[in-house]
Ligand binder design. Sequence first.
Ligand SMILES: Nc1ncnc2c1ncn2[C@@H]1O[C@H](COP(=O)(O)OP(=O)(O)OP(=O)(O)O)[C@@H](O)[C@H]1O
Length: 358
Amino acid sequence: MNRDNTAPTTDDADGRLVAASADGEDQAVEAALRPKSLDEFVGQERVREQLDLVLKAALARGATADHVLLSGSPGLGKTTLSMIIAAEMGAPIRITSGPAIQHAGDLAAILSSLQEGEVLFLDEIHRMSRPAEEMLYMAMEDFRVDVIVGKGPGATAIPLELPPFTLVGATTRAGLLPPPLRDRFGFTGHMEFYEPSELERVIHRSAQLLDVAIDTDGAAEIAGRSRGTPRIANRLLRRVRDYAQVKADGRITREIAVAALGVYEVDGRGLDRLDRAVLQALLKLFAGGPVGLSTLAVAVGEERETVEEVAEPFLVREGLLARTPRGRVATPAAWAHLGLVPPRQGSGGAGQPGLFGT
Ligand SMILES: Nc1ncnc2c1ncn2[C@@H]1O[C@H](COP(=O)(O)OP(=O)(O)OP(=O)(O)O)[C@@H](O)[C@H]1O
């Protein structure tokens, strides 16, 4: 395998234990934990089943598999799945990413060195430069690129034939892809967040590979705090393992997992210190809102972008916070989660009586 670029998306890789994007340690350990076949890949039943058909049909025809687009949040297994596609097809894989391809020439160099049937994994495909994107259209459709030689009026396009290859594009936001690019994929798989029971299976599998003893309740406890994301589940498992080794006999039980994740400030629902600070400010200082984003950010001493991009998406997904035209509002579940009682209707607070029936 060839990795041209290892830069992860860093939008929330700021050292948080519950960040969905990969940090350096993750990258080192992940290779060992990645499932190697579709059978080993946990969850994502629909994508797995559809992909299985696509790959088996291509194998039966003796052809290269259709181009595949995988969309979904960081850490849900897009890179893993691309490696599995290559393994199932018995093909080598080349890994690169949109931000690493700034010029069409960068892409031409990669494409022209591919072997027949090779899988090209292009992470963050929505961040590729425009000229490279246009070159990719032709490469995907006709297995051909025009290499421009020279500059200005004397420039000439030299057509270059490419061997058939399978492009696996990954994006966190399929909606950002221009339709001509989206349309050139024969198969699109949308990766969903994982159910806790699926994450439990991921955790048991990883524990076995890491040679860590863990019981059912211990795995369930970690799974429930992993925000639907295998990468976070694997990371929490490693931190709980550390705790179990230092403070106990190395075996992970529910009690150990609860104590360890308490030390790391990841609560029962997977919220960390920042998430809880935002909720606490919203509830305690603004009686549940509505309150403007900037005001909320000042109250927690963070940048507006940090609150909006790092903390809020998960709080919204969990149904703890709502973004409304009048500002941020806490839901009844937020009060319950922090063990607080919402103010009574018409009690004069900044709350918005009636919005959630509180
Ligand atoms: N379905 C799964 N079963 C078991 N482990 C998984 C699964 N999906 C992901 N993982 C594990 O989670 C980690 C992150 O997965 P991966 O790197 O494939 O995510 P990604 O979606 O490509 O993330 P990014 O968008 O940040 O590149 C890997 O260690 C992988 O082993």
